[in-house]
Ligand binder design. Sequence first.
Ligand code: RBF
Ligand code: MG
Length: 171
Amino acid sequence: MIPDQVILPFPIYYSNRIIAGFGRGSAELGIPTANLPVTGAFDILEPGIYFGWCRLSPSEEKTQNCENKRGVEFNYGEKLCGDELLCLPMVMSLGWNPFYHNKEKAAEIHILSKFQHDFYGANVSLVVLGYIRPELDYTTKEALIEDINLDIERTRKALALPACQEFKDKV
Ligand code: RBF
Ligand code: MG
């Protein structure tokens, strides 16, 4: 069968605001992710694990931009400070999370950096620079976590290359 999603050329630029996710990243996997609306390029892009750079900033627009079933508190990024506002490395999962059988395509980024507070509603600009692997199903949560840690390692190595450094601060 012909896949219904396409492979796009890198760099892929994307801007939007952070939405509420499934509440599993931090709580269940110990790997926090910031969720993004699946719009524009992410709507048509082939699912998989990607890496690139991202930048967060406080949003002037103080309206919730999504359904918020979990009732998370939106601070619109107003607590972001210091290095949290720099261009930072990120690894992105795009797709249906086969391990969790999601019904909708989700885009979520894990930023390779520590944050003092949540930043639901913050602005995010990012550039996707490369593809790592397809989304996979796993028999255990531990196996998924192990692969995510490998993705993080690969992301660090790839972003250290001059070809990727070139795009730092372009978002
Ligand atoms: N979920 C999957 O079901 N299969 C995967 O292969 C997978 N890979 C991921 C790789 C990275 C780098 C990240 C950040 C997440 C990945 N996830 C994957 C999504 C994970 O299940 C999700 O972040 C949590 O369930 C929280 O929504
Ligand atoms: Mg999340």
